[in-house]
Design a protein around this ligand. Structure first.
Ligand code: NAD
Length: 478
């Protein structure tokens, strides 16, 4: 198979450099070879996007609906095949991979509809005879920079609204997962978009990403990734007064109260903390458990964790796939050591596992007897590692839950309406879950957080319009 090229101005262009896309379940399996762009590819892509943007902005909502709807249809029709590619390159299990692809397809369908619903406002002027109208216009060229852990859903939920509201796009996926990004670009390239409206530049953040931050032709950057990179992206965008939207990390609490239904609490914790190998920004990494249920909960979750099958993402009986790569594996193992050194008890898991194929297999790990100020409870680990923090009562649990630099998702397991309602109002997060895992969200409503987790306007649902458009107020005298 040849090199998968970048898409610039409607042409597939190979670069001087390329890189192998490795399967984390089987290090001997190379998914494919993908172009690695450079600064000049970004210059060309931005120029093509800038040239194409005005005509795309002037298309009818019906034309944009048709293209986005067709993209959504093809993604949904190829759910099984693309889900397999996703599981192979990222390490999510096959059902999770197929589920993510389905979500990406529905995101395109949703934003196809949104193209038809771009509305303005008409309001009486305070001056006689004058008409005031408020309308939304696209930004122009939007830069999309995405992480590796949702290789198709996150690109979809940025690219679809960008196009629906009439922008042109330059898309840089994470270097670890170019496979889904390339397939998505191929679908977009065949969907009837004018040349240059959508461009794909695969490659490294330090080269392609940096070139995008610098390029004044890009009016706004929508970024998802780590806090450190996000802060850098924001600073660079601010320096040239570009619009910016950041979705970043989490250290999401799941509070389990004495009156919780134990099986529900265990399901929420296991699903939220360990599925997708814990590599979700919304993962439940802090399980804050009140006295009366603590020991029963710990026993029950350990029993469930021992039954989880860690293995090849593509095998039917796998519950938890591999860690994404060597450097994430090292980070997870390092935090497992840090936890023990800090005095936490490693109650189960945490060993690197051997399977038939050489891969990054890690046993899901649970720390108990942890304190809220330990590093394992402050830093985002981004692996299959969770901590139990004991709390005396609901009030203490709430205060621990909110005591974090992050604020993405927060959950509570309780049968008390009083505590559920109080938590919904007082959780310092963007998304609250009651008797549900902290991860797992709908595609048609806003997604995002507070504090160090998000910056700028919300993504997804109708709220996406805020980032991808700019508002114009017109005054007309007769
Ligand atoms: P990362 O910050 O390393 O990289 C994210 C993207 O930024 C990649 O495409 C990368 O190539 C690019 N990049 C790196 N350096 C850059 C630079 N100097 N200039 C421009 N671009 C640059 O993050 P990651 O390791 O790919 O993803 C994991 C992180 O993403 C975790 O922190 C996770 O919590 C976060 N995440 C957040 C959400 C959310 O919506 N809140 C969703 C998924 C993942």
């Amino acid at each position: 198979m040849g090199i998968h090229a970048n898409l610039i101005a409607g042409e597939w262009k190979v670069s001087a450099e390329s890189s192998d896309n490795m399967n984390p379940s089987d290090l001997g399996d190379i998914v494919g070879e993908y172009a690695s762009g450079d600064a000049s590819s970004v210059t060309d892509a931005v120029a093509a996007a800038a040239a194409a943007a005005p005509d795309w902005a002037a298309t009818t909502p019906q034309a944009r609906f048709d293209v986005l709807d067709a993209i959504g249809t093809e993604i949904l029709n190829r759910k099984a095949e693309l889900g397999e590619l996703l599981a192979r390159e990222e390490g999510k299990t096959l059902p999770e991979g197929i589920g993510e692809v389905g979500r990406a397809g529905m995101v395109f369908k949703f934003f196809a509809g949104e193209a038809l619903r771009i509305a303005g406002e008409k309001i009486d002027s305070i001056r006689p005879g004058i008409e005031v109208e408020i309308t939304r216009e696209p930004l122009g060229v939007v830069g999309v920079i995405t992480p590796w852990n949702f290789p198709i859903a996150i690109p979809a939920w940025k690219i679809a609204p960008a196009l629906a509201y009439g922008n042109a796009v330059v898309f840089k996926p994470a270097a670890l997962v170019p496979g889904c990004a390339w397939e998505l670009a191929d679908i977009l390239a065949r969907a009837g978009l004018p040349r240059g409206v959508f461009n794909l530049i695969m490659g490294r953040g330090s080269i392609v990403g940096e070139a995008m931050l610098e390029n004044r032709g890009i009016a706004g950057i929508s970024f998802t990734g780590s806090v450190d990179t996000g802060a850098h992206v924001a600073a660079r965008c601010a320096a040239r007064l570009a619009k910016v939207q950041l979705e970043m990390g989490g250290k999401n609490p799941l509070i389990i109260l004495d009156d919780a239904d134990l099986p529900t609490a265990v399901n929420c914790a296991v699903q939220g903390a360990f599925y997708s190998t814990g590599q979700r920004c919304t993962a439940s990494s802090r399980l804050i458990v009140t006295e009366g249920i603590h020991d029963r909960f710990v026993d029950a979750i350990i029993e469930r964790m021992k039954a989880l099958r860690v293995g090849d993402a593509l095998e039917a009986d796998t519950d938890i796939g591999p860690v994404v790569d060597q450097s994430q594996m090292e980070k997870d193992l390092e935090y497992l050591e840090v936890g023990v050194k800090e005095g936490a008890r490693l109650a189960t898991g945490g060993k690197r596992l051997k399977r038939d194929k050489d891969g990054f297999y890690l046993e899901p790990a649970l720390f108990t007897d942890t304190a809220p100020n330990m590093r394992i409870n402050r830093d985002e680990i981004f692996g299959p590692v969770a901590s139990v923090i004991r709390a005396g009562n609901y009030e203490e649990a709430l205060s621990i839950a909110n005591d974090t630099p992050f604020g993405l998702s927060g959950g509570i397991c309780t049968t008390s309406l009083k505590h559920a309602s109080h938590y919904r109002k007082n959780a310092q997060v963007g998304m609250v879950m009651v008797n549900l895992p902290t991860a797992g969200v709908d595609y048609h409503v806003p997604f995002g957080g507070r504090k160090g987790s998000s910056y700028g306007s919300r993504e997804q649902g109708r709220y996406a319009v805020e980032f991808y458009t700019t508002v114009k107020t017109s005054y007309v005298a007769p």
